[in-house]
Design a protein around this ligand. Structure first.
Ligand code: EPU
Length: 421
């Protein structure tokens, strides 16, 4: 197992460019399997979760090629199976999009229960509710989900819970249903808009993505043939913006969409950071002689504060004197990493979904584990300001979602090394 060694105490400065969004790319790659021809997708991040999904669709028969610039060519026409049996399905969350895609394309789907980061129960009842409304029979037996429909027919679907995954999954299946599907109480995350834009570019008819009502007019043939570029990764961008604030540094994050970053930019500004917006960049710096003030955060579906920046933000709050609060409103068990932070000297008390953080003058280096993808990134951020050296183990979890993480960090001045134990 590999680890990162981080020597703390260095102020990060300079420029970093953001990769394509992992979570948008997962939806788009799955959506590409319902097309009636090949397509080119640009700005696909080279991270483990994406590579696993590509392996799975290859095993279903898709032809896949990647060029040196990171563009991906997918020809879904040779796909001749709707059943994904291998263990890879269980290692990522995004494999659940193959349910919607295979149901749309073959009116049948069969995959093992998806895996992904562990932060409590991760039900998929809203996905199933949507598929059933479209006419599918759902059975879940021995850890396998099977869907079958004689015919998919558009319906009105009201989601009981705002779910990113259910919104995208139903949108993909409904693209191949007959008639009109309306998803109400839909999630509004940027990657939902991106999957809809991708499908529309390839011939689909989806309106309203980015609002809580999405209307999909089923399209029997999706001619494809075009090219599409994935949006930048909002969470990767946020992680580097937080690295600037945590090290009291000065970083310009390039290639992002400033609008997507508003929930974080606004809070950093409120805490006393200087935020300079460019057309596709944000500079985060802390003016000499000033410091940040304590704050309260509550994670919410977009456009609220993203849960996927919660652990990294908690690290920032550890470095700010005074008492801050973090309320996790999306996942029921996303504070497991706090035990690791406490080993580094953090003073945090949790009560249910709330963490109360008392800033400390200094964290200290320790051996800590990446409990999940974002929690792992948070440990690296903590290591950047800790006294001495921090070893982060189980870093495969971090490499599921951050492209060239150590190279990007080192270019900003971080002392981080990857070691094979
Ligand atoms: N929920 C249900 N029923 C469902 C689906 C979700 O009750 O059928 C609940 C969940 O338990 C949770 C809430 O709804 O409390 C939100 O879950 P959602 O379905 O939106 O999450 P997801 O689609 O499984 C995606 C991202 C996560 C991110 C969440 C929330 C992907 C592959 N994953 O998960 O990203 O935390 O949305 O924004 O897109 C990450 O990238 O590190 C990551 C974990």
């Amino acid at each position: 197992m590999a680890s990162y060694l981080v020597r703390g105490g260095l102020r990060l400065t300079g420029d970093v460019t953001i990769s394509g969004s992992k979570n948008a790319a997962l939806g788009i790659i799955a959506a590409a399997t319902i097309l009636d021809g090949p397509c080119k997708i640009e700005n696909i991040p080279d991270v483990a979760d994406i590579n696993v999904l590509l392996e799975i669709i290859k095993s279903l028969g898709a032809e896949i090629r990647r060029d040196s610039e990171g563009s991906l060519y997918i020809d879904p026409m040779p796909i001749d199976s709707w059943s994904a049996d291998n263990e890879r399905v269980r290692s990522i969350r995004g494999s659940y999009y193959l349910l919607g895609a295979m149901l749309g394309r073959f009116q049948n789907a069969s995959i093992l229960m998806p895996g992904g980061c562990n932060f409590g129960t991760r039900p998929i009842d809203q996905h199933m509710k949507g598929f059933e409304a479209l006419g599918a029979h759902v059975s879940i037996e021995h850890g396998r989900i099977s869907l079958h429909a004689e015919k998919l027919k558009g319906e009105n679907i009201f989601l009981d819970v705002v779910s990113v995954g259910a919104t995208i999954n139903i949108m993909i299946a409904a693209t191949k249903a007959e008639g009109i599907t309306v998803i109400e109480n839909a999630a509004k995350e940027p990657h939902i808009v991106d999957v809809a834009n991708f499908l529309n570019t390839m011939g689909a008819n989806i309106r309203g993505a980015g609002t809580d009502v999405i209307r999909i007019t089923g399209t029997p043939v999706l001619p494809a043939g075009g090219s599409y570029a994935v949006i930048p990764d909002q969470i990767e961008a946020g992680t580097y913006m937080l690295a600037a604030a945590i090290t009291r540094g000065d970083i310009t994050v390039h290639g992002l969409i400033p609008k997507h970053m508003e929930p974080l930019s606004a809070k950093l500004e409120e805490m006393g950071a200087s935020i300079e917006l460019g057309d596709d960049s944000i500079r985060v710096s802390i003016e000499a002689g000033s410091d940040l003030t304590a704050a309260s955060f509550k994670t919410m579906p977009y456009p609220g504060f993203p849960t996927d920046l919660q652990p990294q933000t908690t690290v920032l709050l550890c470095t700010v004197l005074g008492t801050s609060r973090m309320f996790e409103n999306v996942w029921d068990n996303r504070f497991q990493y706090i035990d690791e932070l406490k080993m580094m000297g953090a003073q945090i008390m949790t009560s249910g979904q709330m963490a109360i953080i008392d800033g400390v003058p200094e964290l200290s280096g320790a051996v800590v584990t990446a409990r999940d993808l974002r929690a792992g990134a948070a440990m690296v951020l903590a290591g950047l300001v800790a006294e001495g050296t921090t070893e982060i183990t189980d870093i495969a979890k971090i490499e599921r979602g951050y492209e060239n993480f150590t190279a990007k960090m080192r270019a900003l001045g971080a002392d981080i090394t990857r070691i094979e134990n």
